[in-house]
Design a protein around this ligand. Structure first.
Ligand SMILES: [Fe+2]
Ligand SMILES: [Fe+2]
Length: 165
């Protein structure tokens, strides 16, 4: 059985994951529009991955006999100034998600909810990867600068991503 405080925070995290999903889907559309299908494809996979994160917590709440509450999420932005600006926004969003997972982990500790802590350990590890991959794209886009051929190479590289993990 979940304590109310933990259940509320877990539902909030489901919302956070679905919001992230929508941001990545909006970025997918924007990259399509920019003629950068590789980046768009990467964003589409990231969208699917974020849906998976939300569902993972959704399942956990149900498994613990809790109550899932699906709330509306805010509309994501629809455009970014540049590919670099989009990935910088993604990186900032991932850092915010990491912080909210850390806060949830602290709360579960305070409430002696060991099962929630164990479940969250997967997310803590995952966030290291999420921050690293978005930061890597930021760094590469900075290196590419205004060189459109370098941008197209990066588009191909990110487009080779094959799994939503
Ligand atoms: Fe996530
Ligand atoms: Fe990931």
């Amino acid at each position: 059985m979940l304590k109310d405080s933990v259940q509320e925070a877990l539902n909030e995290q489901v919302k956070h994951e679905f919001y992230s999903a929508h941001v990545y889907l909006a970025m997918c559309a924007w990259f399509e529009d920019q003629g950068l299908p590789g980046f768009a494809s990467w964003m589409r996979m990231q969208y699917q991955e974020e849906l998976g994160h939300g569902i993972r917590i959704f399942d956990f709440i149900n498994d613990r006999d809790g109550k899932v509450i699906i709330e509306g999420v805010d509309a994501p932005p629809t455009s970014w100034d540049s590919p670099l600006a989009a990935f910088e926004a993604a990186y900032e969003n991932e850092k915010a998600v990491s912080k909210s997972i850390d806060d949830l982990y602290d709360l579960a500790g305070k409430e002696n909810d060991h099962a929630t802590r164990v479940m969250l350990q997967w997310f803590i590890t995952e966030q290291v990867e999420e921050e690293a991959s978005t930061k890597q794209a930021v760094d590469r886009l900075k290196l590419a600068g205004n060189d459109s051929s370098a941008l197209l190479v990066l588009d191909q590289q990110l487009g080779s991503r094959t799994s939503a993990e």
